[in-house]
Design a protein around this ligand. Structure first.
Ligand SMILES: [Zn+2]
Length: 451
């Protein structure tokens, strides 16, 4: 059933051999990833491990989406196939498709595939079936052109360029830029990807929309800080009722409620909402509607966060995939350090477990190597204060932690207190009582010296 095959081609630029995965049959329902590859121009593209050039393998394509009754064939003109040879190639793919579908999946539209004359034409037919209009496609093409102009512009010209196009710099512009950076990264061009992200930061600072984003995120950060402090004030043994009270206290502020759910999503479980429903039932009539509305809002925020974390997990998985196939993973790690967060490590750990469950030791070995590389890179880049706090938290016994503190605390300065603030905010309500105890211990010692 695999709809891909391996082949070796010669790099167009340096003529070295390049291994490539070739796909000729795309079933959008069965393999949504293949559809994404097609739409993002990565289908049958093989980066050369020697020079980084992107090679594209020419092959006839058959695209199928049963949910839209869509069947499109495409044979690249560059292949120079005769009409007979084209029909034979598509006929072969049709046989493969119908045998995958089995008898029950057969419908009339499968007899007559639509034809696309160019790859772009194929992409446009697929997008149109998704409800993307030609106007939307043109707007996106224009956005990509604009983004490319910014990327190619020398740094000193950026302010003038931003001023000229300020009205066109919006959320979609930045999304497009991020997408271009990500694609560049996946093609193995880390330096360029890094440069694109730097240009993006500059454009954020310079543009009206970017400045609004910065102002907004500063307000959000202040709200998050406020909510973190309220959670910490609950003490070491928070109960569901404490969070319920906090939510009621924040009922009038969506920003605070969102921050609360975002920081402590795991508190808002089935039992929490059961408790909440009971409370709504017991409340005096005049408060009942308000509480019920709050309950709906919290449910909505939980769903939103679950959706976002699912997307973030997918992104982390993609990054992991890129690392596993990168010719030089160390470079990739260095160029993308900020992207290696707790979630990335969790996703990698889950993949290691899964590989071990399958007893696929080769994969689990590769994954472990990647995991260790990322951890060492992160540790090497950690400010010394954070590394120290990490060591204290990781010490086996209370006495070991105390000895570490006594021995090294003098080597630091007031920045240790700032680092402690940051760690405490991050640990928030999720930390165990032991972690909070150790952080408090370290804080007392540090404040005694530089407070
Ligand atoms: Zn090459």
């Amino acid at each position: 059933m695999p709809n891909t095959r391996q082949t070796t081609i010669q790099c167009v630029q340096c003529h070295q051999p390049v291994r490539a995965v070739v796909r000729s049959l795309i079933d959008a329902q069965q393999e949504p990833d293949a559809k994404v590859q097609l739409l993002s121009g990565r289908l049958n593209a093989a980066p050369c491990p020697s020079c980084g050039a992107i090679n594209t393998v020419m092959t006839p394509l058959l695209y199928h989406d049963a949910s839209k009754e869509l069947l499109i064939s495409f044979v690249p003109m560059e292949m120079g196939l005769s009409k007979d040879a084209q029909e034979k190639a598509i006929g072969e793919l049709m046989r493969q498709l119908t045998s995958n579908l089995g008898n029950s999946g057969f419908k009339g539209y499968l007899l007559q595939p639509r034809q696309a004359l160019t790859l772009q034409g194929l992409v446009e037919q697929v997008l149109q079936a998704d409800g993307v209009t030609p106007q939307m496609m043109e707007a996106q093409r224009e956005r990509v052109r604009l983004v490319e102009m910014f990327i190619q512009s020398p740094e000193e010209n950026l302010p003038a360029l931003v001023q000229e196009y300020d009205a066109k710099i919006d959320a979609e512009f930045f999304q497009t830029m991020t997408m271009v950076a990500q694609r560049t990264l996946e093609e193995g061009r880390q330096n360029l990807a890094h440069q694109i992200l730097e240009t993006q930061n500059r454009v954020v600072e310079l543009s009206t929309y970017g400045q609004q984003m910065i102002a907004q995120s500063e307000v959000q950060e202040a709200v998050v800080q406020e909510v973190v402090e309220a959670i910490n004030a609950i003490g070491p043994n928070p109960q569901r009722a404490d969070f319920l009270n906090l939510a009621i206290q924040y009922a009038e502020s969506e920003a605070h409620l969102q921050a609360l759910v975002g920081l402590t999503r795991q508190v808002f479980d089935y039992a929490f909402f059961q408790e909440f429903t009971a409370k709504v039932g017991q409340a005096p009539a005049e408060e009942r509607d308000k509480l019920a509305a709050l309950r709906e809002k919290l449910l909505e925020y939980c769903a939103l966060i679950d959706q976002q974390s699912q997307m973030a997990v997918q992104q982390a998985a993609q990054l992991l995939e890129a690392l596993l196939t990168a010719p030089n993973p160390d470079e990739l790690i260095q160029a993308n350090l900020p992207m290696f967060d707790t979630l990335f490590l969790q996703v990698t750990a889950a993949n290691i477990q899964e590989a071990e469950r399958r007893q696929d030791m080769a994969t689990s070995g590769k994954l472990k190597a990647v995991y260790n590389k990322v951890i060492s890179a992160l540790q090497a880049n950690m400010p010394p204060e954070l590394r120290f706090i990490n060591d204290v938290l990781g010490a086996e016994t209370e006495a070991d932690a105390g000895a570490l503190i006594a021995q090294h605390v003098q080597e630091f300065d007031a920045r240790l207190l700032e680092a402690l603030d940051a760690v405490e905010a991050q640990v928030g309500a999720n930390g165990s009582p032991e972690i909070h105890q150790r952080l408090a211990f370290l804080r007392r010692e540090a404040e005694g010296i530089f407070g």
